[in-house]
Structures are given as structure tokens and as C-alpha cells.
Design a protein around this ligand. Sequence first.
Ligand SMILES: NC(=O)n1nc(-c2ccco2)nc1N
Length: 318
Amino acid sequence: LQAAEKRAQELHNLLNQYNYEYYVLDQPSVPDSEYDRLTQELLKIEEEFPELQTSESPTQRVGGQVLDAFKKVQHNVPMLSLANAFNEDDLRDFDRRVRQALDENSYSYVCELKIDGLAVSLKYEDGLFVQGSTRGDGTVGEDISANLRTIRSIPLRLREPLTLEVRGEAFMPKQSFIALNAIRDEKGEEPFANPRNAAAGSLRQLDPRIAASRNLDIFLYGVAEAEELGVSTHSESLEMLERLGFKTNNERKVCRTIDDVIQYVSGWADKRPKLSYEIDGIVIKVNSLAQQKELGTTAKSPRWAIAFKFPAEEVVTK
Ligand SMILES: NC(=O)n1nc(-c2ccco2)nc1N
């Protein structure tokens, strides 16, 4: 058994690395055939030694049993929704409020694409994925761990054995959405209206094999209680997420003034069609975590962030 255990760990490390290169970096270093060959080898070992078939094994992404309901999950750190801005004046009003609350101290913003998907929270203990949940009403969400495990860009084991909670947006790429609706059309089923609904519908399935078939993806954009992990800005949180093996969206920019923010936002308005996923705006966040804390939150939204909304996306069909 020791030899089998040792080989199984080697295969976990190899398969996790290749999975990371393919799904997170989009730069595979080995052909799919090599990945499949190693997976087969691990499946054979796990068949011979079932005790090695642990939940962190790369072979256990798609669970077998169909749930009869989703458990509820309490969010210790509430998952807030963003207040909206629709024009330049709204952005300047937001900036005025930030400047006043920060007593004219200097501050900077981070601008991120606003992915049009489903906000989710992922929990890790000693580096292992232990739970994934929806935002729900911000304080109570649904446990959709089995479905989130099927998203290949979500690491089952982090590159460091940390215990933390991260937040991000699960989404369905445009091409997957078009292909899914073509299949539903053939089967005489109702098409999904947009990729966000398709992603939400896929993650609400009680059978994880359905979620596994939907080519979902995710961008992580936050670390809960990041300050406890020695991080002082939102930019550093994003760099930490990358270091741990998460997929983040690199279309982001630190802006020193609201004029830079406005320039960034206007630059993206007509670039959306070239993205392989839908965005419904740009999220602007105060970069310093200490200043985020100083600004605090209203009942449901952060005072340190705002979402600039674009007009509704053109219909993605072909
Ligand atoms: N949807 C999206 O891309 N989001 N959403 C946030 C967010 C929501 C609450 C705090 O931050 N950030 C990004 N990039």
C-alpha cells in the first residue's frame, strides 16, 4: 500500500499542476493524452486501494450521488451586493463621498471587469477545498460544493496549506452558452435567456453531473478577512489569489483618480463583444483595505465600492 500511496500522491501533484496550467493559465505543458493516461493510472490505483480515493483526488471532481436539496450556509463575512452607477456624475458623486469620508487622505481605486455570473464563496481548510456556496441573501446561501467542484479552474488543493475563504463570480463562457442553447433547441427545450441564467441554472442542479457538463468557469476577486492574512490592499489580495492557484481576471487597473476611472470605464464600453465571457459593467473599489474598513458598509452594500453598469449586453446567440 505504501508504494501505491506514494505513487497516488505523485499523480495528485502532477494532475493538479497540469489542471492548473490548462484551466487557470490556459497554457498546458503536456497534451491531453498525457493527462488522460495519468488519470487512468490513478483511477486504477484507487480501484485497487479504495482508501486512496480521497475527496481531494483529481478523480473526484464529479461526485456520483444526486442531492435531494441544498444545505444552507451562513456567511460569517456577509456577501454584499454593489450599489450601481449609471453615468459620470454618479461616479463623481461616489468619489466625493469617498474623499469626504477619508478626510482628504490620499487613496486609489482598483477597476475590475464586472463578470455577469453568479457570486460564490469558496472555503478551504489547510489548503483543501471544503465548501462552496451561493451568495443567497448575503448572509445565508446554499451549499453547492458538489457543483462547484466540477469547475476545473477551481483548485481542490491550494499551493499553500492555508485556511481561508475566497469570493468570486462563476460564469458560463459565451461559446458554451451558444452550444448549450443549440443542444436545448434540438431537444425542444427552452433556451436560456443569457449566460448568467445558464450559469445559475447549472449551479442549481441537484445532480453534479449536469453542472459538470456545462463548461462553467470562475474568476476569483476577493479574500474574506484578507487583513488577517497580512494583506493591506485589494491589489495584493488579487496577487495572493493568483499565488494560491486561483483564476483571476487580469483586465484590472489601479486608478489614482476618478478621472482615470472614468477613462478606464469609457474604454471598455465598446470592447465587450471581444471578450469570451459577458460583463455587465466595471467594479470600482478603494484599494486600501484599511480605508475599506474605515468606509464600512450600508445594510447591503460596501461604501468603498460601486458598480458602473453598461447598458444591457447585445443578445449573444450565434
Ligand atoms: N461580478 C464581479 O465581477 N465582481 N463583483 C465584485 C464584488 C461584489 C462585492 C464586492 O466585490 N467584484 C467583482 N469583480
